[in-house]
Structures are given as C-alpha cells and as structure tokens.
Design a binder for this molecule. Structure first.
Ligand code: ZN
Length: 202
C-alpha cells in the first residue's frame, strides 16, 4: 500500500503520484483514500475532473463504492493551474480524458510545492495507451498500478474489454458495457471478434 512521505519539512516540495489501471480496478477509491488521509493531516485538498465526465453528479467524484468526495469540473488542464496556491494536495480524476497539456500542468504544480495525485485509465478498450497518461507516468515520482479481477478466469485484470460493438473511444456512463479481463482472456476475446468480422465479410 502506498504510504505518504513526511510533508512536515521546512522546504515545501511537491511531487506527482499516478494511480492507474483498468476499469473497476479501484483507482478512484485509492485516490479518495489518499486525499482523506491528507485531509486528516490538516492539508488543503481538492479534486479536479474533466467536464466530460458527467456519469454521476456534476460536483462529485464518485467512486463505484459510493464513497464520494466533492470535485471541481474543469474544461481544460490549464485551468487547474489557477488553483495552485490554494491547495496543498490536488487530485485529478479521470485524467485520461484531459488534453495533452496535463503533463506540464502537473509538473508546474509539483514545482510550486503541490502534491499532485493523478488517477486514470492507462489503456483504452483497444489496449492502447490512453490520452496524456503515458507522459505523466514518465515524469511522476510514484506510480501505482491497481488491478481489477478478470471476469472470466479470476486472475488479475489490466484490460478494459468493451462488450458491445463501436469504435468511439469515449463512452461515458456505460460501465455496463465493459468488463475487466486479464491478458490471456483479453487476447482470446480479440481473436473471437476478429474471426466474427472475417466471417461477416465473407
Ligand atoms: Zn482471465
């Protein structure tokens, strides 16, 4: 489990933490856990999320176990910079949906002494790196990969497999259309899709 380093020092230094993994891997729960502990330590804490995420309420980052924390929806990554002086710890949820500026935003916040905790999907449903996440993984001091459980075999899962057809990358509010799979089961399901589309064109 990730434990905070002591922050009670004279020189205020910031850093970047990333929590990433597939859907249903507990990213948001882990983000909320860290932020709640910072709050107990009397630090000023806030969560930002991209405006695109309207799955639940506008104002709340809500994790799947309904353990919620209030958040500020923003339209672009650079908007988060305006809040750098107001908070000790800044959480960024659903970070994969932010624009490419997110990495430099996280760097500037950390440079100014903020502890930045980024949570997001590391891969899209096709198994490709998702949005600005790869860049942030490179510059982060701490990276935590969390895992779901494979719906088909019970091993650790790191893929978000889409169970319905469609190429659109962002499908919000449709968590029913995804299942976490391990590498072996994901590959099997991709083969199945390939075979099906081959027989459809024949
Ligand atoms: Zn599996």
């Amino acid at each position: 489990m990730f434990l905070e380093k002591d922050t009670n020092t004279k020189t205020r230094t910031g850093w970047i933490e990333v929590i990433c993994g597939s859907m249903f891997s507990g990213k948001t729960e882990e983000l909320i856990r860290r932020l709640n502990r910072a709050r107990i330590a009397k630090q000023k804490v806030e969560i930002f999320k991209p405006q695109i995420d309207k799955r639940y309420s506008e104002e709340d980052v809500v994790s799947h176990n309904a353990n919620s924390i209030r958040s500020i929806p923003v339209q672009s990554a650079s908007q988060i910079l305006f809040y750098a002086n107001e908070f000790d710890v800044i959480g960024i949820d659903e970070a994969q949906f932010f624009d490419d500026e997110l990495m430099s935003v996280c760097n500037s916040l950390a440079d100014q002494g903020v502890r930045v905790i980024v949570a997001g999907l590391d891969m899209d449903f096709q198994g490709n790196p998702f949005g600005p996440i790869p860049q942030i993984l490179s510059v982060a001091e701490y990276v935590t990969k969390v895992h779901a459980i494979c719906m088909r075999c019970g091993n650790l899962a790191n893929y978000s497999h889409r169970t319905i057809a469609g190429d659109k990358l962002v499908m919000l509010g449709e968590t029913d259309s995804y299942e976490p799979l391990c590498r072996a089961c994901y590959n099997k399901s991709q083969k199945h899709i390939e075979n099906n589309s081959l027989s459809a064109t024949e």
